[in-house]
Design a protein around this ligand. Structure first.
Ligand code: NAD
Length: 379
């Protein structure tokens, strides 16, 4: 069985789904690795490093023709898959909600597309979870980027020329990215606070040494319980009180990082233009949801814009900016997924269609879109 990785065609994307150290793992498992020349170069993994681990370095045509499994960080455009064999598995980051036409094209090409973004948030799937591994790095990079754009220092300093007060950082949305943003801002010495719609994040915020910004919950506020790690619904009255609290808080911040996402839906709007105007000039807001519609009014994906003297950064390439670590974790996620379905005695992949994880991630099979969430959308 051969596993292939193509060179990335997406501008600004530096990650790769196979790193040299993972080649050795695949080899040990019993798969051979085929790498399109240059596939890892943007992350600093040169062809020689792959070859030294036993990978064959080939051109695009060969990488496609030989692949039983193709792993990828980003969804390849269908034209880049011309020449792929029917039945080849395409596994990795496929952004299934972004482009329904692309999914139909994968079906037509006969590839079995598996979007690891759709893995459930379960213990079994944790080691394969590309959203978590990359969100963690996005949270880290959001703070690193904001720090370089801010016109102030983060830590408190006492110097002979006087002292510097610590900067204030506020994190909105305390999932995987938000937790790492809190931890990073704390390491750099900022005074950190955070909020989320899930009340259980309060404890997590405090355990990282940051201040939770939450209105007290009163009777009748909680309408539905949280399910599967995602937020439940709160009453309108609670939301209004919470919004007022957060609004006053934003005005005092030097740095705000927003990370709120709702899977398969546009990101919730957390900061309005009026709230941006309430901030000090020179403050920085980083919107990690800019690609999904944005948490911040005026944020543009991939750009930094100035509004009311505040820098708003629609950060989309955080993981790509730390491509070595991001690739290693991503490649490890893909490896863990494949390893879980590797039949050692028969030396082949066995992915039963009724397995919960396989069902959750499979978009296309035998020339058709099979995922229940997308069958109708495509029809
Ligand atoms: P996410 O990327 O879907 O969303 C980020 C955060 O934004 C979440 O905490 C969400 O509650 C919050 N949010 C949504 N709407 C908001 C709003 N209007 N205002 C403020 N915040 C808002 O979340 P995630 O990083 O994927 O994590 C979600 C949960 O799932 C976390 O508890 C995480 O620990 C858990 N998780 C579990 C596993 C696993 O067990 N395998 C894997 C990953 C994440």
């Amino acid at each position: 069985v051969k596993i292939s990785v193509l060179a990335n065609q997406v501008a600004g994307e530096h990650r790769t789904a196979i790193t040299p150290s993972i080649v050795a793992r695949y080899t040990k498992l019993g798969l051979s690795t085929v790498v399109e020349s240059g596939a890892g170069s943007a992350a600093g993994f040169l062809d020689e490093a792959y070859a030294a681990q036993g990978a064959s370095i080939v051109d695009r045509k060969e990488a496609l023709a030989q692949a039983d499994v193709l792993v990828t960080v980003r969804p390849p455009v269908p034209a880049d898959l011309m020449g792929v064999r029917k039945g080849t598995k395409l596994i990795g980051g496929l952004a299934p909600f972004a482009d329904p036409a692309r999914m139909a094209a994968y079906a037509e090409l006969g590839v079995e597309a598996m979007a690891l973004e759709l893995l459930p948030r379960t213990t079994r799937a944790q080691a394969m979870d590309i959203l978590s591994s990359q969100a963690n790095l996005a949270g880290y990079h959001a703070v690193a980027r904001a720090t370089t754009e801010l016109n102030r220092c983060l830590p408190m300093m006492t110097t002979a020329a006087g002292s510097i007060a610590a900067a204030k950082a506020f994190v909105m949305g305390v999932g995987v990215a938000g937790l790492q943003a809190i931890a990073t801002a704390r390491r750099l010495g900022a005074v950190v606070s955070a909020t989320d719609v899930r009340p259980e994040t309060r404890e997590q915020i405090m355990s990282l040494g940051a201040k939770p910004i939450f209105e007290e919950i009163q009777d009748g506020d909680q309408l539905t319980a949280a399910v599967g790690g995602y937020a439940g619904e709160m009453s309108e009255a609670y939301r209004q009180r919470q919004a007022a609290l957060v609004s006053g808080h934003i005005a005092q911040q030097d740095m705000v990082i927003t990370t709120a996402l709702i899977p398969g839906r546009p990101a919730p709007r957390l900061i309005s233009d009026a709230q941006i105007a309430s901030m000090k000039p020179g403050s920085v807001v980083v919107d990690l949801a800019a690609e999904s519609g944005g948490n911040v009014e005026g944020a543009i994906a991939g750009e930094m814009v100035m509004r009311h003297g505040v820098k708003i950064i629609g950060l989309v390439d955080g993981p790509s900016q730390v491509a070595v670590d991001a690739s290693n974790l991503f490649a490890r996620n893909c490896y863990n997924f494949i390893e879980a379905y590797w039949d050692k005695s028969e030396r082949r992949l066995a992915m039963p269609t009724d397995d919960a994880l396989i069902e959750a991630v499979t978009l296309t099979r035998h020339g058709e879109i099979v995922h229940p969430r997308f069958v109708q959308a495509a029809a």
